[in-house]
Ligand binder design. Structure first.
Ligand code: XIL
Length: 319
């Protein structure tokens, strides 16, 4: 029997997971089909460091231990993200230097805890604004300055010399200004010897865009710099225009074709530059997109009953 991970023998096939759903058919499917996991939300700062003097590693530990026990790679996501910043950090009362020290301590604590267990970290997630290419004016930028990203990468590297460190963002394929800004940042890091091992394209895409050639072009720019590429959060909307109420055969095949293209591009990357192709959830019935967009979609490889969809077979055919 073919499975995703058996078919993809030059990179990890990842899936976003939750600590409460590592049992039963989740467990069976993860172990059978996938070779890497990412915590969908439980390794973010609002969960792991909910108040100034509390850390909560319970859910994160459960996910990391699950990976370890089952020989599944664990990708860490994500140390710094404006959308998962706890309120106490947003309202931080101390000086800028105290803020930076607090961030350094946070990063050092987390990275040290999972050293040797987590292969890679998204250090900073979504730092670049849509359209303008400017840095988002997050609390991190306000307190630590424009160089906050570089500082965070250095904190991670100091805590773990071996862990792979990624910059992760969305819309880098359809938003050329954003893509250019990210590559300018990457080139600046390389020039200044700031550690960075790879770039994650989230890949929240649709059945009819972006074009394969544009995915390829963006990916090539990472390979040219000899960095690793992670397709880190793949989901493929079948209903971006809200025009269907159930997944039609036609839309399902269009989605399958897009998944196949994505996998073809990823698979054609030189092996040294590959890392993982991760899907952002297991079953359509539990996709985050329902809450995010407020209407139904079927963006994943399995339906609500763990059945393989056309999109699943598109993945296999892309290899
Ligand atoms: C989302 C999760 O899927 C949700 O469960 C959570 O409530 C919010 O975050 N970009 C990212 C991911 O980098 O961390 C986001 O995940 C989706 C968008």
């Amino acid at each position: 029997d073919q499975t995703l991970k058996k078919a993809a023998d030059t990179f990890f096939v990842g899936v976003a997971v939750q600590s409460g759903k590592l049992n039963g058919q989740y467990d069976e499917t993860y172990r059978k089909e996938f070779s890497s996991i990412t915590a969908e939300w439980e390794m973010k700062m609002n969960v792991m460091h909910p108040s100034v003097d509390t850390y909560d590693f319970g859910p994160a530990d459960a996910i990391v231990n699950y990976g370890q026990t089952n020989g599944i790679n664990v990708h860490g996501h994500s140390l710094i993200w404006h959308n998962s910043t706890p309120d106490w950090v947003k309202n931080f009362a101390g000086t800028d230097q105290e803020f930076e020290d607090m961030i350094e301590e946070y990063i050092t604590t987390v990275v040290t805890r999972y050293k040797g267990k987590v292969t890679s970290w998204d250090v900073v997630n979504e730092a670049v604004e849509d359209g303008s290419g400017n840095l988002r004016n997050s609390i991190y930028r306000q307190k630590m300055g424009d160089d906050y990203i570089a500082k965070c990468y250095q904190f991670v590297r100091a805590a773990d010399p071996d862990v792979l460190i990624f910059y992760n963002d969305y819309s880098m394929i359809i938003d050329q200004t954003k893509q250019d800004a990210v590559f300018a940042m990457v080139d600046d890091f390389i020039a200044r010897n700031i550690p960075i091992d790879g770039v994650g394209f989230q890949m929240h895409i649709s059945h009819d865009y972006p074009a394969k050639a544009d995915i390829q072009k963006a990916t090539d720019r990472i390979v040219e710099r000899n960095l690793k590429v992670h397709f880190s959060e793949l989901d493929v909307r079948a209903n971006p225009n809200k025009d269907i109420t159930s997944l039609t055969a036609e839309r399902s095949l269009s989605q399958k074709a897009k998944v196949k293209e994505v996998v073809q591009v990823y698979n054609s990357i030189p092996n040294d530059n590959k890392y993982a192709l991760t899907v952002w959830g297991l079953k359509d019935s539990e996709t985050w997109l329902t809450d995010f967009y407020g209407y139904v979609d079927w963006p994943l490889l399995f339906d609500g009953n763990y059945n393989k969809k056309d999109a699943y077979y598109g993945f296999l055919e892309g290899l």
